[in-house]
Design a protein around this ligand. Structure first.
Ligand SMILES: *[C@@H]1O[C@H](CO)[C@@H](O)[C@H](O)[C@H]1NC(C)=O
Ligand SMILES: *[C@@H]1O[C@H](CO)[C@@H](O)[C@H](O)[C@H]1NC(C)=O
Ligand SMILES: *[C@@H]1O[C@H](CO)[C@@H](O)[C@H](O)[C@H]1NC(C)=O
Ligand SMILES: *[C@@H]1O[C@H](CO)[C@@H](O)[C@H](O)[C@H]1NC(C)=O
Ligand SMILES: *[C@@H]1O[C@H](CO)[C@@H](O)[C@H](O)[C@H]1NC(C)=O
Length: 913
């Protein structure tokens, strides 16, 4: 996957080389005797703690460094150093406040030191402290992130580079996902053959453990490891099960999170316009890579997609004036056009995006998902060049009708400008790094938006407050919508979640309540609350970018308060790292994604002195954000640090820690699409069980002891009912009423006495109700609605009445009334239908329609009954009467299946529900 940060170009690359080589010589004098990375992931929220224990091996004090890399998307939430029993906690403060302290420290001749830097996915954290002769220090850094689902999986990235082989080196990962873990893969540079036996992976249904314990020898032998020990990534990729389309709803301590990522929907045809920069700066490799990606992307368009191509420099050329269907002929013509895109002049972004917008606006949007994708590597240099004016123009032209995605190619783009333009128009900004894999990056981005499944997604939470974003213009397959919020007074009984969206041909609605009946094992931690805070801050950061004036200040304040409360280091906050008294400090500041000025400052990064200067250069920017005047705030008043009085201090701050665009992208993209046969997932036609040749199965059951489901058959005029057994896992014909075009089938569970796992009711040829143990899907021929068993529903149309309460679904269609009950017995959930009102009319058949049987006991022979003039062998047995909630055990005469189902089982089985 990611190969560390080694991909920088030019000066940046040089700089990184300096950083990585600088500490080598010093390493010999200290021993990292223990290095642990511990990641805990719950509900996709990952908390990682890096603990490094270092001993000073020489008999004089020396400066010992702690230097690690963490994912850009993460917020650092804790840092502490423990030296000689004394702990020094980092304190998160408003950025300006921390900065001011830092500035004062500098003017007093102290230096401060914490580092962050930008790679593609990682940022760097570096500090150091002076440790007395033959003493030890423990560094502990904690960071948190919400894992984003991208192309069907979550990835936890752990970078390990302790800088020397470590005797006690461990990476421990624990993942706990209530819906169950679908797959778990380990990749990354450290997942090599040489290290394979150091990795163990345990994967239970909803939990997984990954341990990486390489020996000291292994740490210097592996590929990309050397004298300095390990240097690489471990990437843990996984996905979770999604039993219902509604997704996964979790609650703890008054906070909830909803993960929504249905995949069983048909794709919505796209209308996509690619706007490609062909200005002079694209010359050479960039242009080649763009052509390569474009050719591949064109090849991936589906036939019902429509597309347009625009290239621009100082003038704008369209391949065709209108969007055209992605059929063979058009694609060939477009590819030929793409092969001949060559760089020419200046960059008129404004005119190009306006043209793309106009093309989409002219094209019919109904039943499709429209998107604009802009690829550029530079600032607007011709036409309209006023950035604000361009933002205004584009926003007005698009009018929220479709998202605009802005891909910034390389480091010369004004990424802030592009990102803001994307965010303002419901899209995201993404940087494409000028590397050998740039074409793959472009394709990867396209793949993420290639399959719209829903549009106009509204997430509605009754009884929820302080919600994160709830409206999403589009949802793409492989991504995920995450919404978190508070539940005031922890009133979870009143809480319901609903999703309303448009799929390919339908309006769809899903709803659910919190799984109160099956609480998560009393979790004492507050991970859902922190997840909510994290997501809220991320979204406020994006909002802030788009606002100005007092609205901006308000959003900033809101974000700041949360960051301070939760201890997150973000663009608005910095961490003041307290150190022992008299300690010299150094400082570094993380360059913000897309900030050219800061990037150039990285050049000086290897030298702390120069770096300091850059810090100071940044001050004007900060002062614009009003650094408070007045006495220097006190530091070191937390933890043990204050006992020592004011020590040196460093500032760690992060400007644009997370690539916001990345983040948004996943979360902001639930989109929509059409949804044809949503009920299909209930029917599961691939179920191998259904393919069973029924007759064979039946024969087997008569001769061997197969697991069975017992059925009761009422007796006429006798106290004792009859009963009989049907082999499990069969799909049965429950009821057919040809007069009312009604058919009801059910699939038995796989274990004995596990009732039905699925039941489907078809009526009026195009309408159906699917039930399984998770919920009910109702398709009225046009719209599909899903609801969980825990809801109360009262729904009536002219053909059907549905009443759901207390886990009983009461269905009335024409003269038939059926109640389907959800049971949980012996740990197994199953359905049981009861016919409350028989259909009137002729030719009613099915297991449920069997009429009561009249029998008489044959005199003298107690084990024989006479039924319709035939003698039948029976035995005295019992059955559970599932037609009443209390499910009593009742005595019955157990009779052979053939006698119960006159005509044999074959007449009562179906191959499809
Ligand atoms: C990892 O951290 C968690 C949370 O602090 C803790 O409960 C767990 O025991 C740690 N695991 C290991 C292997 O140290
Ligand atoms: C969506 O993704 C799932 C899982 O990757 C896949 O099975 C399904 O076919 C995809 N749907 C469409 C419409 O491509
Ligand atoms: C929403 O958040 C604000 C600020 O944190 C808090 O004051 C308020 O009580 C919250 N609202 C609810 C309904 O919980
Ligand atoms: C979400 O969309 C609905 C329907 O368009 C609208 O009524 C509602 O105000 C939107 N909510 C937010 C928070 O924008
Ligand atoms: C389906 O939903 C749409 C949108 O709410 C509504 O206008 C239409 O009447 C619904 N169709 C049926 C058959 O209920």
């Amino acid at each position: 996957m990611m190969k560390g940060v080694s991909v920088g170009v030019g000066l940046l690359g040089l700089l990184l080389a300096c950083v990585t080589t600088a500490p080598t010589d010093k390493n010999r004098d200290w021993d990292i005797y223990s290095f642990h990375i511990n990641s805990t992931v719950t509900s996709r929220y990952a908390t990682t703690i890096i603990t490094s224990r270092v001993a000073n091996r020489i008999d004089q004090s020396q400066e010992i460094e702690f230097h690690v890399k963490i994912p850009k998307n993460a917020f650092i939430s804790k840092f502490k150093m423990t030296i000689e029993g004394q702990t020094y906690d980092g304190i998160v403060k408003q950025k300006e406040e921390a900065q001011q302290q830092y500035t004062q420290a500098v003017s007093r001749g102290q230096s401060a030191g914490i580092v962050s830097s930008v790679g593609r996915t990682l940022e760097e954290f570096k500090t150091s402290v002076t440790v007395a002769a033959l003493s030890k220090v423990t560094f502990e850094l904690t960071y948190e992130e919400l894992l984003k689902r991208r192309l069907g999986k979550y990835e936890l990235l752990i970078h390990a580079r302790p800088m020397q082989p470590v005797a006690d080196f461990k990476i421990d990962v624990y993942i706990n996902e209530r819906p169950g873990i679908n797959f778990l893969d380990i990749t990354g540079g450290l997942s090599t053959e040489a290290l394979a036996n150091a990795i163990t992976k345990t994967h239970a249904s909803s939990e997984a453990w990954v341990h990486f314990y390489p020996s000291k020898e292994q740490q210097s032998q592996c590929e990309s490891c050397g004298e300095q020990g390990l240097n690489g990534d471990l990437v843990i990729a996984y996905d979770v099960h999604r039993k219902t389309s509604m997704g996964d709803l979790n609650e703890a301590k008054g906070y909830f999170v909803h993960h929504f990522a249905p995949s069983n929907l048909p794709r919505i045809p796209k209308n996509v316009v690619f706007i490609i920069d062909r200005s002079g700066s694209m010359h050479g490799r960039k242009m080649e890579q763009t052509r390569e990606a474009l050719l591949k992307i064109l090849g991936d368009l589906a036939e019902d997609d429509h597309f347009g191509l625009i290239t621009f420099d100082s003038s704008v050329s369209t391949w065709r004036k209108e969007l055209l269907p992605a059929n063979q002929d058009n694609l060939e013509a477009a590819k030929s056009f793409a092969r001949h895109i060559h760089e020419r002049g200046a960059t008129d972004i404004n005119a190009a995006v306006l043209e793309g917008t106009a093309m989409l606006n002219r094209h019919p949007q109904e039943g499709s998902a429209s998107l604009l994708i802009l690829l550029t590597d530079g600032d607007p240099t011709t036409g309209e060049t006023n950035l604000e004016k361009i933002h205004e123009n584009i926003k007005e032209a698009i009018g929220k009708k479709f998202p605009l995605y802005c891909l910034g190619f390389g480091m010369d783009v004004n990424f802030d400008f592009l990102e803001k333009m994307a965010l303002e128009n419901g899209g995201v900004g993404r940087r494409i790094y000028t590397d050998s894999d740039a074409a793959l990056q472009l394709q990867g981005f396209y793949e993420e938006v290639a399959t719209p499944l829903l549009t106009d997604v509204q997430m509605v939470y009754l009884g929820g407050a302080n919600l994160t974003q709830t409206n999403f213009s589009q949802y793409y397959n492989g991504s995920e919508i995450v919404v978190a919020g508070q539940i005031p007074d922890n009133n979870i009984e009143m809480f319901t979640a609903e999703v309303i969206a448009i799929s390919k041909s339908n309006r769809v609605m899903y709803s659910d309540t919190l799984p109160t009946k099956e609480p998560i094992e009393a979790r004492s931690d507050s991970h859902i609350q922190r997840l909510w805070a994290y997501l809220t801050v991320k979204q406020l950061l994006d909002k802030e970018v788009q606002l100005s004036g007092t609205a901006k200040e308000k959003v900033k304040k809101e974000a700041l308060d949360l960051c301070l409360k939760y201890g997150f280091v973000t663009p608005f906050t910095s961490m003041v790292v307290t150190k022992p008294q008299g300690e010299d400090s150094q400082v570094a500041h993380k360059p913000k994604e897309g900030e050219k000025r800061i990037q150039s400052s990285q050049v000086d990064y290897g030298s702390s002195l120069h770096f300091l200067n850059h810090q100071v250069h940044r001050a004007p920017e900060l002062s614009a954000r009003n650094i408070p005047a007045g006495p220097p705030p006190k530091v070191g008043l937390r933890g043990n640090a204050n006992k020592r009085g004011g020590g040196g201090r460093g500032i760690m701050s992060s400007g644009g820690l997370m690539s916001r665009s990345d983040y948004d992208y996943d979360v902001g993209h639930a989109v929509q699409q059409s949804f044809p046969d949503f009920a299909m997932d209930f029917l599961d036609f691939n179920d191998p069980l259904r393919a069973h040749p029924t007759k064979t199965t039946m024969r087997t059951t008569t001769t061997t002891v197969s697991p069975v489901q017992r059925f009761l058959l009422p007796a006429e005029g006798q106290a004792l009912p009859l009963c009989y057994d049907i082999p499990v896992a069969l799909s049965l014909r429950l009821l057919i009423d040809p007069n009312n075009d009604l058919a009801m089938n059910g699939q038995l569970g796989q274990s004995p006495s596990a009732g039905y796992q699925k039941i489907v009711i078809h009526y009026r040829s195009d309408q159906h109700i699917g039930l399984d143990t998770t919920g009910i899907t109702f398709n009225d021929g046009q719209n599909t609605t899903y609801f969980s068993w825990s809801l109360k529903i009262n729904h009536e149309t002219d053909s059907v009445s549905l009443i759901l309460r207390d886990k009983e679904m009461d269905v009335t269609i024409a003269s038939t009334r059926v109640v389907i009950m959800l049971y949980k017995r012996n740990g197994i959930k199953f359905l049981w239908p009861v016919l409350r009102q028989r259909p009137t009319g002729e030719n009613i058949i099915g297991i449920m329609a069997l009429p009561p049987v009249a029998y008489e006991e044959v005199q003298g022979i107690t084990m024989k009954l006479k039924i319709q003039d035939k003698e039948v062998d029976v035995s005295r047995d019992s059955a559970v009467d599932l037609s009443v909630r209390s499910a009593p055990n009742v005595a019955c005469w157990l009779m052979p299946l053939q006698s119960a189902l006159l005509g044999g089982l074959a007449d009562f089985t179906v191959t499809q529900l």
